[in-house]
Design a protein around this ligand. Sequence first.
Ligand code: PAF
Length: 283
Amino acid sequence: MAGTPPPQIVRTRAELRAALSAAARPVGLVPTMGALHDGHISLIRRARAENATVVISIFVNPRQFNEAADFEKYPRDEAADVRLVGGAGADLVFAPTVEEIYPAGFQTTVRVGALTESLEGAARPGHFEGVTTVVAILLGLSGAERAYFGQKDAQQLLVVRRMAADLGIATEIVACPIVREPDGLALSSRNVLLSPEARAAAPVLHRALMAARAAYDAGERDGEALRAAMRATLAAEPLGTPEYVSCADPATLVELNRIGGPALLSMAVRFGRVRLIDNEPLP
Ligand code: PAF
């Protein structure tokens, strides 16, 4: 954005602490793995509106990838990310190396219990341990008053909230709505990895969620019927292979038979080697 000063880039734990020691409070942190898109920008804008200082972390965290190939091919473009971040009004970018976050001798893991065992946790062993360990480090280093997470990773949000509450971390965990393409596809850094055919097919996740949502709006309260509605829509798209569909309690993520209150519809679908997730809360 013309006239906006570029954000300061810091790469070490010590530089981050030094930069924030003099910073105006409150501090808002947006943790990311880079490959920023409009979903991240919406988090940064929200952080900008609510805090005196905005920090973005860009760190492709190897510990949360359960497949080496997924880590290797994860999109990375720091220069483009820094331009976007500056345009959205961030003050500081923390872009550490793997050795800076996990130096020699590192031996601590943060693990949340039952909430991490279903859905993404079942499909991606070790994933949430990697997420909670790095998020605990980032919250500790930044001392941020608020940290911003996208609702697209609904389970991640619940797990991070649980961790912060359990460990007495004072940072407020702020949830921000999913941002979608005009055809309904939820924005994700992995979308750029889709082949043109898979990209054309990928809005089927949102259509499946909307099919279940329409059934719910028409009065359906049977959890299995809503899961079946999602499966039926996904089955019509041969390029996508569903990993799970879920209609669960939004606080515990336990699958629901009858819906008597709020619920969370969610799913993971593979398009070749690219795995997409999406969700829709029911009121
Ligand atoms: O949602 C993400 O991009 C990552 O899981 C996070 C929160 C930045 C931790 O690496």
